[in-house]
Design a protein around this ligand. Structure first.
Ligand SMILES: Cc1cc2nc3c(=O)[nH]c(=O)nc-3n(C[C@H](O)[C@H](O)[C@H](O)COP(=O)(O)OP(=O)(O)OC[C@H]3O[C@@H](n4cnc5c(N)ncnc54)[C@H](O)[C@@H]3O)c2cc1C
Length: 552
């Protein structure tokens, strides 16, 4: 099946003519993971996403594949163990989108973690996650801690814990999972909203009536089983199914800010205390430092959370508190992103205390809902959901399916021969790049970001047309995003296919006109459409710096 945005309508037409084993609603990491698991077991699978893939929470996280050290403080040992063990699997299956990142946890007199509790906590964290010997935590004294990160506050510093986590690109991780699912046969389309459910005469769910948010047409997609993986929107869908009873979601908002390394030259990723007793991350990445997150209850539209002045000032204060020599101000905040956590409501708990555990509910009509959880645990969550689907289909339809296959299934671009081979792979591709008119540096950058799919991008370089006004690198990225990653709008390209709006916002300002013009020609947009998509991008550029009037 194709994953080109030019063929969206054809794919939708085909989808409306079939009956699937499984329809997944939601193209975040949870839904994409479920689709991949199900197809690799032999089910027939459709997936619809009402925005772009990963446009919900899955492009708005802290971008860490981690067990959640702080949950140990809440004695969530099982959660930490389960999610922690998944880190290595996520890494191994997609080393091009996940990188080990050593994390420094400075310890202060009277801070969240004491020296002994940090030592024991990190020891336990590593054991629970099954971390290999060479990557186990070490404890540092104050001098060693400052050597790792000289910008840290010295006052009251008594040492540090140094341990391994993994950094990822959440949106690209999601896209690579969904691409692999499509490669194996899933029919997946973005900008298609499940508006209502279809039922048989016994009231059993049989699919969903879906609207193409681009073309406007409505399609019925039929399936024996339907999974609601709609993240912050799962309750809205349960409501449509008439089954929003018992447990419900509690949304909390989390914001991250991005500052140039010239203004905040952080050497080392740090997990540190805030003045109000929470913990936040500061992480160096691609010439920038990003800091987050906030955690506040959220009741507005989950599609458009944005950073308010209050969020920004809270994070700036946290930076001043832990890195006193770093005099960053609001003017230094180049970009930001805000996401909402789909957590499960717990009476009387504040946002940071609510558990990150996932839960699965089956409604009387048969709608299966998965809620809560973490990006890191997506594969395991998918396994649990698809086990349930398989069991039901085996019982009701007499089908048999293979057991879960995803533990050793590389995601798209991840088949580089194991994580240990990635540096060699990148070096080889960097050398090859010259044959395609690209520099060694560009070749390395593309290989690192796209893994084994880099060959497709290299091949596109032969079609480069200078008159497009795009650089060669942007041309190959953009055409690849459109033809093989279903990018429909300029914002899809700049936010979720490349992350440029978050980590290189100036490049977006430089390239936006050429990109919008190219897409307008490619898709044959009317003047009105071109204007609309251009304005949407401008709005995202403004919102990255601060929420607009009336927004939360
Ligand atoms: C600030 C913050 C920081 C975080 N940091 C981390 C971290 O560092 N590591 C980690 O492991 N986890 C982290 N998380 C958690 C993680 O991001 C989420 O658990 C995960 O992304 C949830 O994915 P999802 O697919 O369930 O939801 P989403 O990504 O929101 O996907 C649901 C999708 O369903 C679609 N949808 C909704 N309704 C419909 C409909 N009717 N029809 C079609 N489609 C529909 C939506 O458009 C959306 O794209 C963080 C979360 C936040 C908010």
């Amino acid at each position: 099946m194709t994953f080109s945005s030019k063929q969206r309508s054809d794919v939708l037409q085909t989808m409306s003519e079939k009956q699937y084993d499984l329809l997944v609603i939601g193209g975040g990491i949870t839904g994409s993971g479920i689709a991949l698991d199900a197809i690799s077991r032999g089910m027939t699978v459709a997936l619809v996403e009402m925005q772009d893939f990963a446009a919900g929470t899955s492009s708005r996280s802290t971008k860490l594949v981690h067990g959640g050290l702080r949950y140990l403080k809440q004695f969530e040992v099982k959660l930490v163990a389960e999610v922690g063990r998944e880190r290595a699997i996520v890494y191994e299956n997609g080393p091009h989108v996940t990188t080990p990142e050593w994390m420094l946890l400075p310890i202060y007199r009277g801070g969240t973690f004491g020296k002994w509790s940090t030592s024991i906590g990190l020891w336990l964290y590593d054991r629970l996650a099954g971390v290999k010997q060479s990557e186990r935590r070490t404890m540092l004294n104050a001098r060693q801690t400052l050597e790792k990160e000289p910008l840290l506050k010295r006052d009251g510093l008594i040492g540090g814990g140094y341990y391994v986590e993994y950094r990822t690109d959440d949106a690209r991780l999601t896209i690579e999972v969904v691409k692999k699912a499509v490669e194996l046969g899933v029919d997946a389309v973005n900008y298609v909203k499940a508006e209502q459910f279809l039922y048989d005469e016994r009231g059993r769910i049989t699919g969903a009536r879906c609207r193409d948010m681009i073309g406007g047409r409505v399609y019925d997609i039929r399936a024996k089983k339907v999974v609601n993986a709609a993240g912050p929107w799962v309750d809205a869908l349960r409501d449509k199914d008439g089954s929003k009873t018992g447990k419900r979601l509690q949304l909390t908002k989390g914001v991250h800010i991005v500052i140039d390394q010239k203004r905040f030259p952080l050497k080392q990723a740090v997990y540190f205390d805030t003045p109000d007793g929470r913990m936040v991350f500061a992480i160096p990445r691609d010439g920038k430092t990003y800091v987050g997150t906030t955690d506040t209850f959220y009741d507005d539209d989950p599609a458009h959370p944005a950073m308010t002045e209050e969020d920004r000032d809270y994070l700036l204060q946290a930076i001043h508190y832990m890195f006193p020599s770093v005099g960053v101000t609001a003017d230094d905040v180049e970009s930001s992103w805000a996401g909402v956590r789909p957590l499960i409501y717990e009476e009387g708990k504040n946002p940071s205390e609510i558990s990150r555990k996932d839960e699965i509910w089956t409604s009387p009509s048969g709608l299966i809902t998965i809620a809560g959880g973490k990006l890191t645990g997506y594969r395991k969550m998918a396994e649990t959901v698809v086990d349930l689907v398989a069991k039901q289909l085996e019982k009701e339809e007499g089908n048999t399916f293979r057991p879960c296959q995803t533990k050793q299934l590389p995601i798209s671009g991840g088949d580089v021969g194991g994580s240990h081979r990635l540096p060699v792979f990148i070096a080889e591709k960097a050398k090859e790049a010259a044959r395609y008119g690209l520099t060694e540096e560009q070749g390395a950058r593309l290989a690192k970001q796209y893994g084994t799919n880099v060959d497709r991008l290299f091949a596109l370089s032969n079609e480069y047309d200078r008159s497009s006004g795009l650089t060669r690198e942007t041309f190959v990225r953009l055409v690849y995003a459109i033809e093989e990653e279903m990018a429909v709008k300029p914002v899809d390209y700049f936010i979720r296919r490349t992350g440029a709006l978050l980590f290189d916002i100036d490049s977006v300002r430089r390239e936006k006109e050429a990109v919008v013009a190219f897409m307008a020609r490619y898709f044959g947009w009317t003047e009105e459409e071109r204007d609309m998509y251009g304005k949407e991008l401008d709005q995202e550029l403004r919102r990255a710096v601060l929420a607009e009037e009336g927004e939360e």
